[in-house]
Design a protein around this ligand. Structure first.
Ligand code: GLA
Length: 344
């Protein structure tokens, strides 16, 4: 679609990695040239207990990507979510100490990255280290190690695979306060000589948020740091937002009410058109800044596989992607293909 401009990626679910969802794989081959696994490489899946690594699914994911010459993204080495409790605990269940946690982090990063050295092209090294106000999130990594856990993670990643691209990934980086926090974080790493190749802005967007101007400002600001800019988890929620929340904090869970699920059967045409326009507006910006953007990853192949059917409200019918539940292309797909063809 955007072959000469930037990679167009997608996220793969377990069923897709195991080649059960074959219709999705046909779409993958036709439209995408980069992949990210939804869960296969998260700590709880790949390293569930201290001496147990579970590589089966991640291996299949990497094989699949290599077979089709995809740009393969490793997601994710350090995060506060989907990380088992043992990582942060000592034998009695109390918080462990800094040295032990650093040692665990280093073992984890080295073991996984070395296994996929030469196959995985880029890694989300640290995910979501910032709060909405741009300050460090007070997660267990921060509490036990201190603010330099980010630097350490990037050092270990470089040690594991000097060739791989290394990224910082987060949501809501279009919000000026958080954007500035990310800029400070990257500058700090750079001033210490740490290799960081890119910033991933998780594009969990809405029909009415964010303003494309904020998105554009972020792309420009991040590229001025001299790093690649990536939109890493793009999807556009079309359903009402409880509390007008616009971030992607996984711990939120609102109760299902009828008014939160207005289109349980099908998406009315006027919303379908709005969605197409919204995708087009975003892609116009990506295309305009294609000299700064290295990859845009859509967070899923078809609506039926999207996490937004279950977050932040469980059991809704959402329509955030480019293909519908019947694997049919949506007007949004045509709209972005047109933009990709524009060579201006
Ligand atoms: C965050 C993570 C992703 C995924 C989404 C929800 O954005 O980075 O791995 O869990 O939440 O699917």
């Amino acid at each position: 679609m955007f072959n000469d401009d930037f990679y167009i990626g997608t996220e793969l679910t377990k069923d897709q990695i195991l080649e059960k969802d074959t219709r999705a794989l046909a779409i993958l081959k036709e439209y995408f040239n980069s992949i990210t696994a939804d869960n296969a490489m998260k700590w709880e899946s790949i390293h569930p207990s201290p001496n147990e690594y579970n590589f089966e699914l991640a291996d299949r994911f990497v094989e699949l990507g290599k077979k089709d010459h995809m740009f393969i993204v490793g997601h994710v080495l350090l995060w506060h979510e989907q990380t088992p409790d043992w990582v942060f605990q000592d034998e009695s269940g109390n918080l462990t100490d800094r040295e032990t946690l650093l040692q665990r982090l280093r073992d984890h990063i080295l073991t996984i990255m070395r296994r996929y050295k030469g196959s995985v092209n880029g890694w989300d090294v640290v995910n979501e280290a910032l709060d909405e106000d741009g300050q460090m999130r007070k997660n267990k990594w921060f509490e036990i190690i201190g603010a330099d856990y980010v630097k350490k993670a990037f050092e270990y990643a470089l040690e594991a695979d000097p060739e791989a691209e290394l990224y910082y990934n987060d949501y809501s980086l279009i919000n000026p306060e958080k954007r500035n926090g990310a800029i400070r974080l990257v500058r700090k790493l750079q001033s210490k000589g740490i290799k960081i190749d890119g910033i991933g802005e998780q594009g969990h967007y809405h029909l009415d948020f964010p303003d494309v101007k904020e998105l554009e400002a972020s792309i420009i600001a991040f590229s001025e740091l001299g790093v690649k800019v990536m939109i890493t988890e793009l999807d556009i929620n079309v359903l009402p937002r409880p509390d007008q929340y616009n971030g992607a904090d996984l711990s939120l869970n609102f109760e299902l009410k009828k008014e939160y699920n207005p289109y349980p059967e099908f998406l009315p045409d006027f919303v379908q058109q709005e969605l197409a326009k919204r995708y087009a507006d975003f892609f116009k910006i990506f295309h305009k800044h294609r000299d700064k953007i290295s990859r845009v990853t859509i967070w899923g192949i078809h609506d039926g596989a999207s996490w937004l059917n279950n977050w932040p409200v469980k059991g809704r019918t959402n329509y955030p992607l480019l293909f519908d539940r019947q694997y049919k292309p949506k007007p949004a797909l045509d709209a972005i293909i047109k933009i990709g063809k524009n060579k201006k």
